[in-house]
Design a protein around this ligand. Structure first.
Ligand SMILES: Nc1ncnc2c1ncn2[C@@H]1O[C@H](COP(=O)(O)OP(=O)(O)OP(=O)(O)O)[C@@H](O)[C@H]1O
Length: 320
């Protein structure tokens, strides 16, 4: 299968000391939504700007849909939405899109058709005559996405598209991204807030200090990195907490157990390996048989947020 985006040992230095990208190898399959996740200063924007043809890498190779990256190829194949966008305030919504569509050489009936279709796609048809500055942040974001789509590129690069959006606008953005994927687009989007991405991405890559730490289908990444599991236990009587902690801390499958700071009757347990249901039931039975009144028990595997914090914590401080 042709990869939509491929980088081989992509390296970028802003100056002699600052290595923003350090032999980054990226593989994004066609037709997927790829979440590019990393803390501030990790190198996300640098990567996206290189892929969009706006910045020349110091070293390394980039291929878009199998084609070697050139400025022309990037202009044709990529729609790029920067993290900071300037909208021309004194334009109406339709004029804004009309302007950029003309920059791509569209004219006449085709131009009008593209503007109308894009306004429908991003759900701004009702706002076509409104001034850009009167739009909400979420609407402006959708308008910028429409701008990135005027030349119907197969690859979309979105830098922090969800930042500053309220929960409803995020849901709308996610729906729009799914629609675009269903239309066959490959979407790479960056974020440092994982909860923004987890639901919508088919694959993720975690970058830190300009290096790819791990990349692949979301479930595979989670599975590959699963080192254990956590559980939360609530004890009905405070007098049982000490006994419960003593039992758990001696248990061979438990790597750590402690009382939660905010609730002394809630215990947080870290297991040394993911537990199956029988193992969970056996641990519960041991506690109950010892006379501990357990009122709640919820086990879960490490979520994406925890995974990210663990991975980026081990590689040290961020660049910024
Ligand atoms: N124009 C520039 N000149 C010099 N250094 C830069 C420039 N742009 C970025 N950097 C540095 O390169 C590194 C990577 O920055 P980049 O903006 O790519 O990270 P990022 O992951 O997008 O961060 P954020 O989430 O904060 O936007 C950082 O150390 C940053 O300070």
């Amino acid at each position: 299968m042709t990869l939509a985006i491929e980088t081989i040992d992509l390296t970028h230095r802003y100056n002699k000391k600052l290595v923003a990208l350090d032999r980054l190898n990226l593989r994004v399959e066609q037709g997927c939504i790829y979440g590019f996740i990393g803390p501030n200063g990790a190198g996300k924007t640098t990567t996206l700007r290189i892929l969009a043809g706006l910045l020349s890498p110091t070293k390394g190779e980039v291929r878009l849909l199998g084609e070697r990256l050139t400025t022309r190829a990037a202009q044709r194949l990529v729609g790029y939405m920067p993290d900071f966008f300037g909208v021309y305030d004194d334009l109406r919504v339709w004029e804004y899109l009309d302007f950029f569509a003309r920059c791509y050489g569209l004219r006449g009936a085709r131009l009008r058709q593209v503007v109308d279709e894009l306004l429908d796609l991003v759900d701004l048809a009702g706002k076509r005559d409104a001034f850009v500055q009167t739009l909400s942040r979420g609407m402006q974001q959708r308008l910028c996405l429409a701008h990135a789509l005027v030349h119907d590129p197969p690859v979309l690069l979105l830098d922090e598209p969800a930042s500053g959006l309220d929960p409803r606008a995020r849901v709308e953005l996610r729906e729009l991204l799914r629609t675009l994927r269903d239309m066959g687009k490959t979407i790479m989007l960056s974020s440092h807030i994982l909860s923004e991405l987890a639901e919508v991405c088919d694959a993720i890559g975690i970058i830190d200090h300009g290096r790819m730490i791990i990349s692949g289908p979301l479930a595979e990444v989670q599975q590959q990195l699963a080192t254990g599991a956590r559980a939360r236990l609530r004890i009905a009587r405070e007098s049982d907490v000490v006994l419960a902690l003593a039992l758990l801390q001696r248990h061979p499958l438990v790597s750590a157990a402690s009382a939660a700071a905010a609730d002394p009757r809630a215990l947080m347990i870290d297991f040394s390996e993911p537990l199956n249901e029988e193992q969970c039931a056996a641990i519960l039975a041991e506690l109950v048989n010892a006379g501990v009144a357990v009122s709640e028990f919820s086990a879960r595997s490490e979520n994406l947020e925890e995974l990210f914090l663990r991975l980026t914590a081990t590689t040290g401080q961020t660049n910024s």
